[in-house]
Ligand binder design. Structure first.
Ligand code: NAD
Length: 492
């Protein structure tokens, strides 16, 4: 669609997005290459956004560094008040931000409303934790005092993906800010709009330059990792990008927090309530939230063989009933994939699975949605070998694979047989079995008779190559602090 025919709701929502880098408290343009941001549901033009260049980064770091000391010195109460005010402004603009994300990411409005509320809740949560960046004392003889304080690291960066644009922009600023740091935020080049609007909405609540938003892709991401003025980088993204961030941060020995991908297992035991397990497996795909483009999606179901046919039929019926639609329309149950690259990647996985002989129990061409949009029907594969690509690789889309199991030890070998381990879900009525499986499953987060939901304060993150560190909890804030040990000897 031509660039002079913007999508109609854009006029209201996207026209308020300042299009430039947010550096030193103001938006600026004139630097790098220009990208056309398009609506993935129909290809319509949304906005032109420039990539940040090295001088934007240098100036952002300098301004952030100058603002950070004042911010840290304000103390925990004043920092908490500013963060709560920021959360309030975000709540006041929730509808606008949700619409921007729906248009930019293809996720349905209802899911993006949830995201804005969750982002504001996480910001309020960290606002309440500012005084928890505390230390300890070490026993000493009477004339000596040794204590440990926690200090902010300085300027830190957070690099986020395309699937929850505003949620990650809001929530990932919160923890390092609460600890007294300045933050350089880099949204995905695919979905940059809501992060810019968030900076516009809340930037003046903080010392000028304390937060910066730099748009662009891998180049500016790599420059952030290499920048000597940045103390730490937190990435939410794919496993290969996690490796690149670690390599890129090595020269300056930055601390890295990595929240990466997964191929999360949902295990249905012989004694499970099968109806609930089927509903849990459907919910666990996060179709209505992100069309399955969620790191935590439980995208491989391992069902006891006694329930295999029932579970395949039950999930297929639920998938067939999902109503696809334009993301900005009320009543849409599932939107489209967020980017053309992701769409092609998902189609590639589906095509190769079919060629390899997997049976597609649900899926096929979408109907009643714009042909230019990146829509993929919820797709279910069964009769798949455990070592097939579709059963082992993160698809990051609405594609679920079902595998039968008979022997618990063999099932655990399949569950744990991957390099990643983010989430898992177990469906059983047997407490002992649940305890045993939660201990043995290699994942950072395990639900029993539940899936998908995150709980405030409950650490979220992965083991193995799913990442390093935990988020949405006190540990996330403490990860952006350094301890300092002080010994004082009394001369009295
Ligand atoms: P991605 O890894 O392609 O990109 C993530 C971010 O990293 C983007 O901002 C991108 O511009 C930037 N980037 C790319 N190359 C870089 C480099 N060399 N140096 C620095 N930055 C670089 O991921 P994506 O496709 O946007 O998102 C999908 C992935 O994110 C999936 O693998 C998914 O599982 C993962 N994810 C993980 C979590 C979690 O909490 N564990 C949450 C959401 C998404």
């Amino acid at each position: 669609m031509p660039e002079d025919q913007p999508h109609s709701p854009v006029v209201d929502a996207v026209s308020r997005v300042p299009l430039g880098q947010f550096v030193a408290g103001a938006f600026r343009t004139g630097g790098g290459a220009v990208r056309a941001v398009r609506c993935p549901s129909d290809g319509s033009f949304l906005a032109h956004v420039e990539d940040a260049v090295a001088s934007d980064l240098d100036e952002a770091v300098a301004a952030a560094s100058a603002a950070q000391r004042a911010w840290a010195d304000m103390g925990p109460v004043a920092r908490g008040v500013a963060l709560k005010s920021a959360a309030a402004r975000i709540r006041d603009s929730a509808e606008e931000l949700a619409l921007i994300d729906a248009l930019d990411s293809g996720n349905p409005l209802q899911g993006m409303r949830f995201d804005i509320g969750l982002g504001a809740t996480l910001m309020e949560y960290f606002a309440g934790l500012t005084a928890e960046a505390k230390g300890e004392t070490i026993p000493q003889p009477g004339n000596k005092l040794t204590f440990v304080t926690r200090e902010p690291m300085g300027v830190v960066a957070r690099i986020v993906p395309f699937n929850h644009p505003a949620l990650f922009a809001i929530a990932k600023l919160a923890a390092p800010l609460a600890a007294g740091n300045a933050v350089i935020l880099k949204p995905s080049e695919e979905t940059p709009l809501s992060a810019l609007r968030v900076a516009d909405l809340i930037g003046d609540l903080f010392p000028k330059g304390l937060i910066a938003v730099l748009t662009g892709g891998a180049d500016i991401g790599a420059a952030i990792c290499a920048h000597p003025g940045i103390a730490a980088v937190g990435l939410i993204g794919s496993v290969p990008t996690g490796r690149a961030v670690m390599r890129g941060s090595a020269e300056t020995l930055k601390q890295t927090q990595l929240e990466l991908g997964g191929k999360n297992a949902l295990v249905i035991c012989e004694d499970a309530d099968v109806g609930r397990a089927i509903a849990g497996a459907v919910k666990g795909m996060n179709l209505g939230w992100t069309a399955g483009q969620s790191c935590g999606s439980t995208s491989r179901v391992l069902v006891h063989e006694s329930h295999y046919d029932t579970v395949v039929a039950g999930i297929a019926a639920a998938f067939d009933a999902v109503r696809l639609g334009r993301p900005e329309e009320e009543g849409t149950e599932m939107g489209c994939l967020s980017t053309e690259a992701q769409y092609r990647k998902v189609q590639g996985f589906i095509g190769r699975a079919q060629q390899a002989g997997a049976r597609m129990a649900a899926g096929g061409p979408p109907e009643g949605v714009p042909a230019e949009g990146f829509f993929v029907r919820p797709t279910l594969f069964c009769d798949v070998a455990a070592d097939a690509e579709i059963a082992r690789e993160e698809v990051f889309g609405p594609v679920l694979t079902v595998l039968p199991w008979r022997d618990e030890a063999e099932m655990l070998d399949i569950v744990n047989g991957l390099d990643v381990g983010l989430t898992a879900s177990v469906w059983t009525r047997d407490l002992d079995g649940a305890m045993r499986l939660t201990r043995r499953i290699e994942a950072g987060y395990v639900w029993v008779n539940d899936t998908s939901d995150h709980y405030l304060g409950a650490p979220f993150g992965g083991v193995k190559q799913s990442g390093i560190g935990r988020e949405e909890c006190l540990g996330e804030m403490l990860a952006y602090t350094e301890t300092k040990t002080v010994t004082i000897v009394s001369q009295a």
